[in-house]
Design a protein around this ligand. Structure first.
Ligand code: HEC
Length: 261
């Protein structure tokens, strides 16, 4: 029985060990970390953080980065920021959406609806590049999955701006960021303390804002994470019960055989 318990606990330990955690930056700088609510085997999204993260996205990042796979209705779906339907409607209606053509064959704008995709900042990639010194601000819907280091990496880039060391000369519109590949980035530092005001009274430090917006980006890329964790947990319980049953039936079946050890 002792052995069984030992094996079981090792098994559970191994699973709850988050593999992503070990994927640190190998090239140069050690990535910054924080206590993500969604990490670990039982992780869920911190609702308040998701709501604040949406605020940061829309007030700060959305002027350059699109999130084209999200719709306004996602904002009140379960497992997400869980705004109320009314709040999500109000958020959507703040945006102007191009629609049409109408009966005269003309395009027109109207307030956004829940079924609309998030409004994009630029008409096309060329315009985005032209307005950002030739660099394309990547779409943020699934960006967190496309970068090695995931949440920690994006968190680090947001907080990794520094004065360039002496001897490093930067062109106009290029900034020094020690976590970026080549340590240069064409995105001006987007966050600074007290940039926004949070309605829930949370202090808007750069770290807090970075943490919130990255949590929001994580949810955008993995909206079903909570459901997945729940299912995983049920599977583990099932396996544990099964293991115990199998163990005792094995004992019973083999009990008539004399062992000579
Ligand atoms: C003024 C426009 C602008 C704003 C505002 C802005 N970004 Fe960017 N962002 C850019 C551009 C341009 C790039 C591409 C930089 C490059 O390739 O050098 C970029 C790149 C990035 C990257 C990718 C780094 C990589 O590994 O390629 C991340 C992550 C990012 N931005 C996150 C954010 C977040 C989060 C916000 C809001 C807090 C934000 N950005 C606000 C323009 C902006």
């Amino acid at each position: 029985m002792k052995k069984l318990i030992l094996i079981l606990s090792v098994f559970i330990l191994l699973i709850s060990f988050n593999i992503q955690e070990t994927k640190a930056a190998e090239d140069n700088e050690e990535l910054l970390k924080t206590d993500w609510s969604f990490k670990s085997f039982f992780g869920t999204y911190d609702r308040a953080s998701l709501q604040r993260g949406y605020q940061i996205y829309t007030e700060v990042c959305a002027s350059c980065h699109s999130m084209k796979y999200l719709s306004y209705r996602n904002l009140y779906e379960k497992g997400g920021p869980e705004f109320s339907e009314e709040q999500a409607k109000a958020i959507a209606s703040n945006f102007e959406v191009e629609d049409g053509p109408n009966n005269d064959g003309e395009m027109f704008t109207r307030p956004g609806k829940l079924s609309d995709k998030f409004v994009q900042p630029y008409a096309n990639e060329q315009e985005a590049k032209a307005l950002n010194g030739g660099a394309y601000p990547p779409d943020m819907s699934v960006l967190i999955k496309a970068r090695k280091g995931g949440a920690n990496y994006i968190y680090s880039v947001l907080l990794g701006y520094e004065e360039p060391p002496s001897g490093v000369i930067l062109d106009d519109g290029v900034y020094y960021n020690k976590f970026m590949y080549g340590k240069k980035i064409k995105m001006p530092q987007p966050l600074s303390d007290d940039l926004v005001e949070y309605s829930d009274g949370t202090k808007a430090t750069s770290e807090q804002m970075a943490k919130d917006v990255v949590t929001f980006m994580m949810w955008a890329a993995e909206p079903h994470l909570e459901q997945r964790h729940k299912t995983g947990f049920r599977v583990i319980i099932y396996l544990i019960i099964l293991t115990i049953l199998v163990y005792f039936s094995m004992k019973k079946i083999w009990s008539r055989i004399e062992t000579k050890v």
